[in-house]
Design a protein around this ligand. Sequence first.
Ligand SMILES: [Zn+2]
Ligand SMILES: [Zn+2]
Length: 114
Amino acid sequence: MTKTYRAKQVTAPGRLELVERPVPTPPPGEVLIAVEACGICGADRSDIENADPAAGRVPGHEVVGRIVEIGAHVPQMWQKGQRVGVGRFGGPCLECSACRSGRLQLCRNQPVMG
Ligand SMILES: [Zn+2]
Ligand SMILES: [Zn+2]
């Protein structure tokens, strides 16, 4: 596997530049995905126009790709080579009041992609 990947990063409000970044090692509970396709939506547009360039933001949170590395403690249902899709939010926390009442879509503790 390559040691770097290319991404379009916000370098100034409204400006994207091609950058090389080191390929991360997935931390416990996470997988590394090789992105095959990525949508850009209105939320990304807002992020591009309003992002703090110092944050190094790479827009695009509607991703389809294949799992290429698996972190520790990832359930066995996830395997290298599987095609997966990712949405804007990383999943409900299952602990907040919204989650405990079964309204997972209202969880305010979800990690956000990108
Ligand atoms: Zn979106
Ligand atoms: Zn929650």
